[in-house]
Design a protein around this ligand. Structure first.
Ligand code: ADP
Ligand code: ASP
Ligand code: MG
Length: 469
C-alpha cells in the first residue's frame, strides 16, 4: 500500500470540469489501497489576476475591486457547478466560496483606502487563488464518494519565515506539525486536500512560497509524511528536453536526477518550482511529473541517481526570460582585492538575487545577470555605494537580454560540449553577450539578446539532436 502526494497544477485545473478528472484519479488510487494527499493550485491565471487586482487597488480604483469580485465569484461558482453534482455539497462549497470572496473584497478595499500595498498584504491577496480552488476540489472529492478534509497551508502546519513573496519554510517545525496533524487522519482513510503555494509565519501571518510554489508545498508535505512518491500532475507529459512552446519537437525525459532537474528549474523550466526538489532530495522521495490529460503516460521520474548515457551529454535546454545584465567596470579594479566581494556584498544587502557571474581576465570588469525586476534597485545601490571611490568608473545595464541554459550531468568531463554549443549558436548569427559555466559542470549558460533567445534554444536542441533521443 503506497502513500502518495498528488499536486494538481493550475493548468491542469484550468477549465473547471477538470476537477472531475482530478477526483477520478484520486479515487482510482484510493480504490487500489493507496493513501493519497491532494495539493491544489489556483485556477490557471487567477494568481496573476489577483496580482493585477492588488495593483489596481493600490491605485485607488474601488470600481475595479467590485468588478473583480464579481468575475472571480462567478468563475469559481461556475467551476463548482460543473464539478459537483450533489446539491448539499455544492451549496456548502458555494457558501465557502462566497464568504472567502467577501474576505478578499475586504482586503482589497482596505488597500484602496490605505493606498498602500505592502509585501505582506500582497501575499494575503495572492493566497485567495488557492483557498478558493481548494474548496472546489474538496467538494468534488466528496462528490465522488471520498472522505475529504480541507486544509490550508497554515492549518496543516507549514510555517515559514516572513520573507513575503518568497517565504522559506522552517522545515523542522513544519515536518513535525504536518506529520502529527495528517498521519492520524490518513489512518482513518481521509483524503486531506490542501492549498498549495501558501503558508504562514509563526505568528499566523499569511505568506507565499514564490510563484509556482504549489510544487514546493507538495514536496514539503511528502517529506514530512515520508511518502513513497510525489506526483506533480500538470498539462504536459513530463519534464521535456526544452519548453514545448519554444521547441515543438521537444521530447519527454523519462528519467532524470534531482540535481539536473533542479538546474533546469532554476534556469527557467517553468514546469517545476526551483526549490521544490530540495525536501524530496533530502528524504530520497522520487518525484514524478505526469500529464492529467494523458494519465496512462508514465511521465518523468526524478530520482537520486544520475542516468548518463555516454551519447547523451546534453539533456535539456531552458530559457530564462525576465533578466537583465549589469556590467561594473573601471581600471581601479585591476589587482584590487575584494572588489568582487564589495559588489556582491552591496547586492546581497539589497536582496538582489544573482543568476550568473563572469569576470574578464583583465579584471577591469565584472558582469552579472539578475532578475529584471531588481534592475533599478541593483544599479542604484551600486552607484550609491561604489561610484566616486576610485575603484569603479561605470555601472551599465542592459534589460533586453535572456539566458540560455544547457543542462546535463554528462557534460562533466566531456570535452567539446561548449564548442558545439557556441558553434551552433554562431551559425545562426547570434551574438553571445556573456558566458558562465557552473562549477558543478551540470550546466553551461550564456546571455543573448532577448530577440535571439528562442532561436538559440532551437539551434542547440538541433545540434544535440534532442528530438531524436
Ligand atoms: P502547472 O500549472 O501545472 O503548475 P506550469 O505552467 O507551472 O504548470 O508549468 C507547465 C508549463 O511549463 C508547460 O506548459 C510548459 O510550457 C512549461 N515548460 C517550460 N519548460 C519546460 C520543460 N523543459 N518541460 C516541460 N514543460 C516546460
Ligand atoms: N498559483 C501559484 C502561482 O501561480 C502557485 C502555483 O501555481 O504553483 O504561482
Ligand atoms: Mg507550476
Amino acid at each position: 500500500m503506497k502513500k502518495i502526494v498528488m499536486k494538481f497544477g493550475g493548468t491542469s485545473l484550468a477549465a473547471g470540469e477538470n476537477f472531475r478528472r482530478m477526483a477520478s484519479l484520486v479515487s482510482r488510487y484510493v480504490a487500489q489501497g493507496c493513501k493519497v494527499v491532494a495539493i491544489i493550485s489556483a485556477l490557471e491565471g487567477v494568481t496573476d489576476r489577483l496580482l493585477e487586482a492588488s495593483e489596481e487597488a493600490k491605485r485607488g480604483n474601488l470600481e475595479s475591486v467590485y468588478r473583480f469580485k464579481g468575475e472571480i465569484t462567478e468563475e469559481h461558482l461556475a467551476a463548482a457547478r460543473r464539478s459537483i453534482n450533489d446539491k448539499h455539497v455544492r451549496e456548502e462549497v458555494a457558501e465557502a466560496l462566497r464568504s472567502t470572496v467577501d474576505e478578499l473584497e475586504k482586503v482589497l478595499t482596505g488597500i484602496v483606502y490605505v493606498g498602500e500595498l505592502t509585501p505582506k498584504s500582497r501575499d494575503y491577496v495572492l493566497s485567495f487563488g488557492e483557498r478558493l480552488s481548494t474548496y472546489i476540489a474538496w467538494g468534488t472529492l466528496r462528490d465522488v464518494g471520498l472522505n475529504a478534509q480541507y486544509y490550508t497551508g497554515e492549518s496543516v502546519g507549514i510555517v515559514t519565515d516572513s520573507n513575503f513573496g518568497e517565504a522559506k519554510p522552517l522545515l523542522n517545525v513544519t515536518k513535525h506539525q504536518v506529520k502529527s496533524r495528517l498521519e492520524p487522519v490518513l489512518e482513518e482513510g481521509v483524503v486531506p486536500v490542501i492549498t498549495g503555494y501558501i503558508a504562514a509565519t509563526q505568528d499566523g501571518v499569511t505568506t507565499t512560497l514564490g510563484r509556482g510554489g504549489s510544487d514546493y508545498t507538495a514536496t514539503i508535505i511528502g517529506a514530512a509524511l515520508g511518502v513513497d512518491e510525489v506526483w506533480i500532475w500538470t498539462s504536459v507529459d513530463g519534464l521535456m528536453t526544452s519548453d514545448p512552446k519554444i521547441v515543438p519537437s521537444a521530447k519527454v525525459i523519462p528519467k532524470i536526477s534531482f540535481q539536473e532537474a533542479t538546474e533546469m528549474a532554476i534556469f527557467g523550466a517553468k514546469v517545476m518550482h526551483p526549490r521544490a526538489l530540495e525536501p524530496a532530495m533530502e528524504e530520497n522521495i522520487p518525484v514524478r511529473i505526469r500529464n492529467i490529460f494523458n494519465p496512462e503516460n508514465p511521465g518523468t521520474l526524478i530520482v537520486r541517481e544520475q542516468m548518463v548515457k555516454p551519447v547523451d551529454v546534453v539533456k535539456a535546454i531552458a530559457l530564462v526570460k525576465d533578466v537583465a545584465l549589469v556590467n561594473v567596470s573601471g581600471a581601479g579594479m585591476i589587482g584590487a582585492p575584494g572588489t568582487a566581494a564589495k559588489v556582491f556584498g552591496v547586492l546581497g544587502r539589497n536582496d538582489v538575487n544573482i543568476l550568473m557571474i563572469s569576470q574578464s581576465v583583465s579584471e577591469a570588469n565584472i558582469s552579472f545577470i539578475i532578475e529584471r525586476r531588481s534592475l533599478e534597485k541593483a544599479v542604484n545601490a551600486l552607484e550609491i555605494a561604489l561610484l566616486g571611490r576610485g575603484l569603479i568608473r561605470e555601472v551599465t545595464a542592459e534589460d533586453d537580454v535572456c539566458v540560455v541554459a544547457v543542462v546535463g550531468a554528462g557534460m562533466r568531463g566531456t570535452p567539446g560540449v561548449a564548442s558545439r554549443v557556441f558553434s551552433a549558436v554562431a551559425r545562426r548569427g547570434i551574438n553571445v553577450r556573456m558566458i558562465a559555466q557552473g562549477s558543478s559542470e551540470l550546466n553551461i549558460s550564456f546571455a543573448v539578446k532577448k530577440s535571439d533567445g528562442e532561436d538559440a534554444v532551437q539551434a542547440i536542441h538541433e545540434e544535440f539532436r534532442l528530438d531524436k533521443s
